[in-house]
Design a protein around this ligand. Structure first.
Ligand code: ZN
Length: 92
């Protein structure tokens, strides 16, 4: 069966074990405690990236996803952020 990962991706859940399977790594904006940072989710783990992209890029991604800096959660990264992360060699 299919369900939605906390990052917003669609992922397959094993109907017997109830365990979600991995999905292709996705760049997300992690908002926590009014702080935004970049992370990669693969459905099993969310790994924070130890970098700080330009703040306006993070804010734009949060706004696009209909979120806010004071609403904790994972937001889909914009193509602009993906390009930025790729240029830094953080994602493939
Ligand atoms: Zn995910």
């Amino acid at each position: 069966m299919w369900s939605q990962c906390l990052c917003g991706a669609t992922q397959f859940v094993d109907p017997h074990s109830g365990m979600p399977e991995r999905h292709p790594p996705r760049l997300v904006v992690n908002v926590w405690n009014c702080q935004a940072s970049l992370a990669v989710c693969d459905g099993m783990n969310v790994v924070s990236l130890d970098v700080q992209p330009p703040r306006r890029m993070l804010e734009k991604a949060i706004r696009r996803a209909g979120g806010a800096i004071n609403i904790s959660g994972y937001y889909t990264a914009t193509p602009e952020l993906e390009r930025w992360a790729r240029s830094k060699g953080l994602i493939a």
